[in-house]
Design a protein around this ligand. Structure first.
Ligand code: BGC
Length: 450
């Protein structure tokens, strides 16, 4: 690159978290249980029996955490609202203490010059709604829109960027198809239904926003580019299926008003005929797209792999502690693909980061995490490359601000740019956090000096 790494003026630098992963106190002050509260307390579901009961204790330490964000120089903070904290039964009677918590957090962020990016749903569905079928009940689109409206009315204006859902693919693949995540179902018939109602709920919330909000709303998806292991017809077809399932299942309906045709082939008799009118609801114009990027996969045909008939092939490469290949080029490729396929929408990278083993805190208080620093540098260069090639990328949120509960893997994986000692709740900025602070302060220019 002739001019090195460059980011446009006004590029938004931040870090991200989600409610159940950091807050703790899940039932405090009138909050209702979520499906993650239930799942975590079901024996055998979580590594080491970990739960989100305490997590990073952010519900009580949020002031300290905002100070930490300021110390890092963050310009934005992406967090999620716990639906059952503000609506203990998922609908109906709001919990004033829950709403106050998020309002105080937003105000503290603004006082510190940090823009809040709010995600309405990051997987912690109210348990009371799961009792009524959760994402399998068509009414959830209206329940979600009501919940969203409550927050729009309270916080829009102070919050100028909203995301409806975080990673609907993970919700259905982990929660309804393979069962590794809450609510832990394994059912090929349920997965497409849950996906469809997630999309309808997204559309209903966007629609509600147009009546109640004045700024920007979008959705966050995880994109993982799929590359064929060979040019055989079987491998190419398997790659198309994997891509349709993970990358196009949600974006095609939102941008084009239809599902990718491969989904009917993948789900077979479990693929329903959808009412055409649903796509009018789903296909609402959105103001930005949130992209979470971690890795790629190289795909080969595998007749035994259910239901995709596609399997990932290991590479000779660096893998993170979650077993994900480090592949920065995939982020550039993904952003170029979004530009081409969906008409160059404004994009925020809403998550990017890596779990690596962290050494203990050194005597001088430092935590050296060179692999995470490398990951960060290379992925930021990949973003800059995409921008230089015309992608409208407007910001980057590191995942994650804090080491936190990595869902069913518990506290065994650390993604933070800030280390959390879970015994004492002591926070320590890692070398990657210090590195990121320099990137922010120089709008990316420090990457050219490394
Ligand atoms: C999720 C986060 C998660 C991260 C790392 C994303 O799928 O949005 O909640 O911790 O990836 O697995």
């Amino acid at each position: 690159m002739a001019h090195g790494v460059q980011f446009p003026a006004g590029f938004l630098w931040g870090a991200a978290t989600s409610a159940y992963q950091i807050e703790g106190s899940p039932l405090a002050d009138g909050a209702g249980p979520s499906i993650w509260q239930r799942f975590a307390h079901t024996p055998g579901m979580m590594r080491n029996g970990d739960t989100g009961d305490v997590a990073c204790d952010h519900y009580r330490r949020w002031r300290e955490d905002v100070a930490l964000m300021r110390e890092l120089g963050l310009q934005a903070y992406r967090f999620s609202v716990s639906w059952s904290r503000v609506l203990p039964e998922g609908r109906g009677r709001p919990n004033a203490a829950g709403l106050d918590f998020y309002e105080r957090l937003v105000d503290a962020l603004l006082e510190n010059g940090i823009e809040p990016l709010v995600t309405l749903f990051h997987w912690d569905l109210p348990a009371a709604l799961d009792d009524r079928g959760g994402w399998l009940n068509p009414d959830i689109a209206y329940w979600f829109a009501e919940y969203a409206t409550l927050l729009f009315r309270r916080l829009d204006g102070r919050v100028k960027k909203w995301a409806t859902l975080n990673e609907p693919w993970v919700v259905t693949d982990g929660g309804y198809l393979h069962g590794a995540l809450a609510p832990g179902h394994r059912n090929r018939f349920e997965a497409p239904i849950a996906s469809h109602h997630l999309l309808r709920a997204h559309g209903a919330a966007v629609h509600a926003y147009r009546g109640n909000g004045r700024h920007a709303i979008g959705i966050v998806v995880n994109l993982e580019p799929k590359y064929p292991a060979s040019s055989s017809a079987d491998d190419l077809a398997a790659t198309r299926r994997a891509d349709a399932y993970m990358n196009r299942q949600y974006l095609d309906p939102i941008y084009f008003g239809r599902y990718p045709e491969e989904l009917a082939e993948i789900f077979g008799e479990a693929w329903p005929a959808w009412p055409a009118a649903d796509f009018d609801l789903i296909r609402q114009p959105i103001d930005f797209l949130g992209v979470n990027y971690y890795t790629r996969s190289v795909v080969r045909h595998d007749a035994d792999a259910w239901p995709l008939r596609a399997a990932a092939v290991k590479q000779h490469a660096t893998y993170t502690e979650t077993g994900w290949e480090v592949y920065p080029q995939g982020l550039t490729d993904t952003l170029l693909w979004v530009r081409e396929r969906y008409g160059n929408p404004p994009v925020y990278i809403t998550e990017n980061g890596a779990a690596f083993y962290d050494p203990p805190v050194a005597e001088n208080g430092a935590i050296e995490d060179p692999l995470r620093v490398q990951y960060q540098k290379k992925h930021l260069a990949a973003v800059a490359d995409a921008i230089a090639r015309g992608c409208d990328v407007r910001g980057y949120m590191a995942w994650s601000l804090l080491d936190n509960l990595e869902w069913s893997l518990g506290y065994s994986k650390r993604f933070g740019i800030v280390h959390v000692d879970f015994a004492t709740q002591q926070r320590t900025i890692k070398a990657s956090g210090r590195h990121y602070a320099q990137v922010i302060a120089s709008n990316g220019d420090s990457l050219n000096r490394a």
